[in-house]
Design a protein around this ligand. Structure first.
Ligand SMILES: [Zn+2]
Ligand SMILES: [Zn+2]
Length: 556
C-alpha cells in the first residue's frame, strides 16, 4: 500500500525492560492514542517511594494531540497511573475499556475527586470504534483478571495489533478464552506489526488451566481446624472465586480483608463477574463472634507489601485478626520478581507465629496469567505477523520472546527488541526504528536509585510540607533500639523553631519504639512502619503539617 499520510509511530513509554508501568503511544497523522497507563511497584531499592510512573513529559507537551486512551485490562500495571496522567495533562481524553476495567478505573478515580473526569467509553470484545483518525477493534483475551482485550489498530500504513496481557487457557473459569479465531482473521488480513506480551516467554511448555488450582485449595483447607487465610491479588476474580467455592464446600464463611480486596470483590460481584452472595461475607470486625474453623479470610498482601493485611497479621499488628498455631495460610499468588525478600519475610513471620504456610513453591496454588513459550509459538504461528516487537517484560523476557518469534519464521531483522523510550515507525507495511521519546532516569546517590518520575512526585510533596528524616538503629539480634534516634527536617518548620520540635519528635519515636514488644525488633520493616506512624501522628498533631517522612532504619 502507498499513502501520503506521514508514517505511523509507536513509542514505548514503559513496560519494556520491567514488569510494570505498561504504556505505549501510537501516532497517526499527528494524532495520538495511548494504550494502557500502568504503574510499577517499587522494590526494596526504592524506600519511601510508593509507585513508579512512565515518563510522559513529552506527551504532556503534546496534550492537544491526544484523542483517546485504550485500556487492555484492569491490572494496576496497566491502569494504575491513569489518575497521575490526568493530573499532569490537566484534561481527560476519552478512555476506552471493557466493563470491569472501567469499573476498576472509576473506583481508583474516586480517591482523586479533584481530577478532570474522563468520559469512559465501554466496549466489548469484537467491537470496533473509530475516534478521530483511529480505527480500533477489541479482541477477546483471557488473563488473570476477567474482561481483558487486545487491540487491533488499522492504520494508513498497516495493521498493528497490541495483545495486552494474555494467556491461552483453553478452559477458563468464565468460558471466555483468548479468541484465536479472531486473531487468525487478523492474521489473514495481514498483521504488519505485532506488539506482544512477553512475560511468560522464558517459561517452557504450557500454563495449566486456572481451574486446576481449586482442587488443591480444597484439599489443603479440608483438614484444618483453625483459621484459614488465603492471600491473593485483589483483582484475581477467578482465583478468589475458587477460594469462595472451596469455602462453601467445607462450610466456611469468607472474610474479605484489605481495602482493595473488599472494594474489588464488591465491584466484581455487583457486575456479575463473581458468583457469590455478598450476605455470606463476615465483616472483619465481627470475626471474634465466630469459631475460627467457620471462617476463611481472603486477604491482600501476597507480595509481602509492608502495610497489607497479611503483613500486619504476620507481625501481630492486625486490628481484628490474629493468626498462630493450627492456622493455615495459603499464598495463592505469583511471586513478582523483586518482591522475593518481602514475600519470604512475610512467610517467615507467619511461620514464626506457628501458622502452616502453603505457597506456590510448595503446592499447586498458582498458575501464570501469561502465555508461556510453547503457547507463544502457537500464537505467532496463528497471527503470522510481518514484524514483531516483544513488549511487557524484563529484558530477558523480551529477548527470549524475540527468539520464539524468529523460530516461527519471522525474519530476524523484522523482530525488534526495544526498551522504554524507544519507538518504531511503520511506513507502507515496513517497520524501522524511530527516534524514540525522552525517558527519564533520575539517579539518586545512596540507597535510592533510578526512581524516575516518582522522585519528582515525592519532591512535590516535600515542596509542600517539607521532609523529616528519622535515622534509627536497631539491634535485630538483641531485639532493641541501639544508639540514639536522630531526627532532621527541611522545609517542615522554620529552622529557628526546629530544635524544640525535633527534640519532641525524637521523644515521640523513642516512646513509640519503647512501647513495642521485643519481638518486633526482628523485622526492620515493622520498626520502619512504627517510626512512620509515630512521626506522622506527631507532625500532624503538633504542627498540622504532613511532611514527607523518610525512615532510615538500619541494623547495627
Ligand atoms: Zn495483567
Ligand atoms: Zn501486565
Amino acid at each position: 500500500m502507498t499513502t501520503t499520510t506521514p508514517p505511523v509511530e509507536i513509542a514505548f513509554l514503559g513496560g519494556l525492560g520491567e514488569i510494570g508501568r505498561n504504556m505505549a503511544s501510537i501516532e497517526i497523522d499527528g494524532r495520538i492514542a495511548v494504550v494502557d497507563v500502568g504503574v510499577l511497584f517499587p522494590d526494596a531499592e526504592h524506600p519511601g517511594v510508593d509507585l513508579i510512573l512512565p515518563d510522559w513529559r513529552w506527551l504532556v507537551d503534546r496534550r492537544d494531540d491526544i484523542d483517546a486512551v485504550f485500556l487492555t485490562h484492569g491490572h494496576l500495571d496497566h491502569i494504575g497511573a491513569l489518575p497521575y496522567l490526568l493530573r499532569d495533562l490537566g484534561f481527560a481524553p476519552p478512555v476506552y475499556g471493557t466493563r470491569l476495567t472501567i469499573a476498576f478505573c472509576e473506583a481508583i478515580l474516586e480517591e482523586w475527586p479533584d481530577l478532570p473526569r474522563p468520559e469512559f467509553r465501554e466496549l466489548a470484545a469484537g467491537d470496533r470504534v473509530q475516534p478521530g483518525v483511529f480505527d480500533v477493534e477489541a479482541v477477546q483475551v483471557s488473563h488473570s483478571i476477567p474482561d481483558g482485550v487486545a487491540y487491533a489498530f488499522r492504520t494508513p500504513h498497516g495493521l498493528v495489533v497490541h495483545t495486552g496481557d494474555f494467556k491461552l487457557d483453553q478452559s477458563p473459569m468464565d468460558g471466555r478464552p483468548t479468541d484465536l479465531a479472531h486473531f487468525a482473521r487478523l492474521g489473514d488480513e495481514g498483521v504488519d506489526l505485532l506488539l506482544v506480551d512477553s512475560t511468560g516467554a522464558e517459561s517452557p511448555g504450557h500454563v495449566p488451566p486456572e481451574r486446576s488450582i481449586g482442587e488443591t485449595i480444597r484439599q489443603h483447607v479440608a483438614g484444618v481446624e483453625g483459621l484459614v487465610v488465603v492471600a491473593s491479588f485483589a483483582s484475581h476474580v477467578h482465583r478468589i472465586q475458587q477460594v469462595l467455592d472451596a469455602a462453601a464446600a467445607v462450610g466456611r464463611r469468607p472474610v474479605f480483608v484489605g481495602r482493595s480486596m473488599i472494594r474489588n470483590m464488591a465491584i466484581a460481584s455487583e457486575l456479575g463477574y463473581l458468583d457469590f452472595d455478598p450476605d455470606e461475607a463476615v465483616d472483619p470486625r465481627d470475626v471474634g463472634r465466630y469459631e475460627r474453623s467457620d471462617l476463611i479470610v481472603i486477604s491482600t498482601g501476597s507480595q509481602g507489601e509492608p502495610f497489607s493485611a497479611l503483613s500486619l497479621m504476620g507481625a501481630g499488628d492486625h486490628r481484628w485478626l490474629d493468626v498462630g498455631e493450627g492456622d493455615l495460610v495459603i499464598l495463592a499468588s505469583s511471586l513478582i520478581p523483586g518482591n522475593e525478600h518481602a514475600v519470604f519475610r512475610s512467610i517467615n513471620n507467619l511461620s514464626r507465629r506457628g501458622c502452616t504456610v502453603v505457597h506456590k513453591g510448595t503446592a499447586h496454588v498458582h498458575v501464570s496469567g501469561h502465555a508461556s513459550a510453547d503457547e507463544l509459538l502457537l500464537f505467532h504461528n496463528i497471527v503470522e505477523p510481518e514484524h514483531v516487537v516483544p513488549v511487557h517484560g524484563e529484558h530477558r523476557h523480551l529477548k527470549a520472546h524475540a527468539a520464539l518469534a524468529t523460530a516461527t519464521g519471522c525474519l530476524p531483522e523484522h523482530v525488534q527488541v526495544c526498551e522504554d523510550g524507544d519507538s518504531v515507525v511503520l511506513e507502507d507495511g515496513h517497520v524501522r526504528r524511530g527516534d524514540g521519546v525522552p525517558t527519564s532516569h533520575v539517579y539518586v546517590d545512596g540507597f535510592l536509585d533510578d526512581v524516575g518520575p516518582a522522585l519528582l512526585r515525592d519532591r512535590r510533596r516535600i515542596g509542600e510540607d517539607g521532609i523529616c528524616i528519622a535515622v534509627v538503629t536497631v539491634d535485630t539480634h538483641h531485639l532493641r533500639l541501639a544508639g540514639d534516634v536522630v531526627i532532621t527536617q527541611k522545609g517542615a518548620v522554620f529552622a529557628e523553631h526546629a530544635d524544640d520540635i525535633l527534640e519532641q519528635a525524637r521523644k515521640a519515636v523513642i516512646s513509640e519504639l519503647d512501647g513495642l514488644p521485643a519481638a518486633k525488633f526482628e523485622d526492620l520493616a515493622v520498626v520502619q512502619r512504627h517510626v512512620v506512624q509515630a512521626l506522622g501522628r506527631f507532625w500532624k498533631s503538633q504542627t498540622g503539617r504532613r511532611p514527607f517522612i523518610l525512615p532510615v532504619v538500619q541494623d547495627v
